[in-house]
Design a protein around this ligand. Structure first.
Ligand SMILES: Nc1ncnc2c1ncn2[C@@H]1O[C@H](COP(=O)(O)OP(=O)(O)OP(=O)(O)O)[C@@H](O)[C@H]1O
Length: 283
């Protein structure tokens, strides 16, 4: 069990802001940490890792990491950390990057196998793709068999196919190591696929905490489908108006009436929902 009860004064975009978070996270949970830019997500992870000061208490399985008298150094906290940038040792091969943390060759070989990196174990980081580097960073973060894995948007720079591949690998390793995982993510499909709990921060405070279904699905009420997107364009084809809307990685076209157009502005954030239709799903 991870117990967090911390505060820290931050300089938010529009003046001072207090990061004020109280959470209990169960062993083996996969928590997605979400919320607007500047809401305090990275700072919270850095405080957990011991990379940033804060007041309050953090304890993990009865062991105190932070309180009035104690403040364990990052290397004494049993954590693995993967950031958006890979931060690998450039002069060391893939395998050396892992063994630098811990000389356990069997574990290194196993992690490289799960992430399909065995063939690349002698390569230097500059000869790897972004996705491969991020897999090395993930393997390295697990070399000390940490109690908590902190992931700060580790997949945001990758293309959709590589993202999905790494999501599956993260999930495999999370389950195998039964490691408590906290992952910052803005991507609803990623959050839904990986996490068992979603915590939403706003202005340094937890404003939502629940299962991915409770937090992410908006199809309550009579609407059957509901998507948030951005209105990119409205084009006229013969007598009908078609709105071009970007939803996630996809563009969709929706027919709109002359009446509806009056309330729409290009670039606007909009919601698309429908009440009664039978979608066809193809694999
Ligand atoms: N050590 C610090 N002292 C004071 N203010 C800080 C400190 N570190 C970060 N901040 C400020 O606190 C706010 C929250 O930053 P943080 O990086 O935690 O947000 P975030 O939710 O991770 O945002 P993003 O999604 O853009 O990465 C920002 O306005 C930032 O400038």
């Amino acid at each position: 069990m991870v117990n967090i009860d911390i505060t820290k004064q931050l300089q938010g975009a529009s003046g001072d802001m207090n990061l004020d978070v109280k959470l209990h996270i169960k062993q083996g949970e996969f928590v997605a940490l979400s919320g607007k830019s500047g809401s305090g997500k990275t700072t919270l992870l850095r405080i957990l890792a011991g990379l940033e000061q804060a007041s309050g208490e953090i304890s993990v399985d009865e062991k105190i990491w932070l309180d009035r008298k104690n403040n364990l150094a990052p290397q004494q906290r049993e954590i693995g950390f993967v950031f958006q940038d890979y931060a690998l040792f450039e002069n060391m091969s893939v395998e050396e990057n892992l063994l630098f943390v811990n000389k356990d060759k069997t574990l290194a070989e196993h992690l490289l196998e799960v992430t399909e990196l065995t063939e690349l174990k002698n390569r230097l980081p500059h000869k790897l793709s972004g996705g491969q580097k991020q897999r090395v960073a993930l393997c390295r973060s697990l070399m000390n068999r940490p109690k908590i894995l902190l992931l700060d948007e580790p997949l945001s720079a990758l293309d959709p196919a590589m993202r999905t591949k790494l999501q599956n690998e993260i999930l495999t390793l999370h389950k195998e190591f039964n490691i408590t995982t906290i992952m910052v993510s803005h991507d609803p499909s990623e959050i839904y696929r990986l996490s068992s709990r979603v915590i939403v921060l706003n202005e340094g405070k937890v404003i939502n905490d629940g299962s991915p279904k409770e937090i992410l699905l908006k199809t309550t009420g009579s609407a059957k489908f509901s998507f948030d997107g951005e209105l990119l364009d409205i084009i006229k084809v013969d007598v009908i108006n078609i709105a071009i809307i970007s939803i996630g990685q996809q563009l969709v076209e929706v027919v709109v009436s002359d009446e509806e157009i009056k309330n729409l502005t290009i670039g606007q954030a909009i919601n698309v929902s429908t009440k009664a239709f039978t979608p066809i799903i193809k694999a």
